[in-house]
Design a protein around this ligand. Structure first.
Ligand SMILES: CC(C)(COP(=O)(O)OP(=O)(O)OC[C@H]1O[C@@H](n2cnc3c(N)ncnc32)[C@H](O)[C@@H]1OP(=O)(O)O)[C@@H](O)C(=O)NCCC(=O)NCCS
Length: 228
């Protein structure tokens, strides 16, 4: 299934007020704002392309929110700097990019991740997955290692703007509700840092045999008027 269809599926799981966008692969070669180009001036061509794709898709998501075109610079920890009123996130893999944007009055933060569905070698499991996660991979063929990996990446991108703190793959543990395509997190038994608790966190996932997409958000509890 082309990844755009997966993106449509993800849209149906998320509140309408979170805008998702991608950028056609042809756009990955179209230069972005000069101040954005400076960020990747010394990067290899592959990195320039994914960066541009991500920025184009983010501007599309911003446009859906009603924002005019503006540059999205980079913070000191590589995080994308969206306009002040916006919570946003960007991801890219070999052949697809995706962005998520929402008004920060409604969502404190959002995170998104796309991955090519690849086999993660079992030798890597102990670096990426907790004992419980490894058990669930072994017991349930529908729990793909790449889904746990992607959920952790989108969760990191969602939490970083709030916490300004790095955490490791083994600090959190992901569980899935397969009926609704939802994921949750909890602090891992062997965690080295205290995992933040956000009662209004929601995470969702979609996948086929080529791509896995995960997205998550933390609702702004001061939001008035509902988020859907
Ligand atoms: C940031 C990170 C999650 C990116 O994931 P990735 O799968 O390698 O790459 P993706 O294409 O999905 O995402 C890259 C985008 O993430 C965003 N990003 C990078 N650092 C970020 C941060 N600190 N906070 C929020 N978003 C960030 C950027 O928009 C970046 O794209 P850009 O540089 O073109 O703007 C990863 O590289 C990283 O730093 N990991 C360390 C922390 C971690 O993963 N801990 C385990 C989680 S439990």
């Amino acid at each position: 299934m082309p990844a755009v269809f997966l993106l449509d599926k993800l849209r149906t799981l998320l509140p309408n007020s979170i805008k998702l966008a991608t950028a056609d692969i042809a756009m990955w070669s179209v230069r972005v704002f000069p101040e954005e180009e400076l960020i990747v001036a010394n990067a290899v061509e592959k990195r320039k392309k994914e960066f541009r794709g991500g920025r184009h898709s983010a501007r599309d998501a911003l446009k859906q929110l009603g924002f005019s075109s503006c540059s999205i610079l980079q913070g000191s920890n590589r995080e994308p700097l969206f306009p002040q009123l916006v919570s946003g996130s960007i991801s890219h893999c070999d052949d697809f990019c995706v962005s998520a944007c929402a008004l920060s009055k409604d969502f404190e933060s959002v995170g998104i991740d796309c991955e090519k569905v690849a086999i993660i070698s079992p030798e890597m499991y102990s670096l990426l997955f907790t004992k419980n996660e490894i058990l669930s991979i072994k017991q349930d063929p529908l729990i793909l290692p790449i889904l746990i990996f992607s959920a952790k990446e989108s969760l990191f991108k969602c939490f970083f703007p709030l916490q300004k703190e790095y955490f490791d793959f083994l600090d959190i543990e992901i569980t899935f509700d397969q009926k609704v395509g939802r994921f949750s997190y909890r602090q891992a038994p062997q965690a080295k840092i205290k995992t933040p608790t956000y009662s209004s966190f929601e995470g969702f996932y979609v996948y086929d045999n080529i791509h896995a997409l995960t997205a998550c958000y933390v609702v702004n509890n001061n939001s008035v008027g509902g988020i859907f």
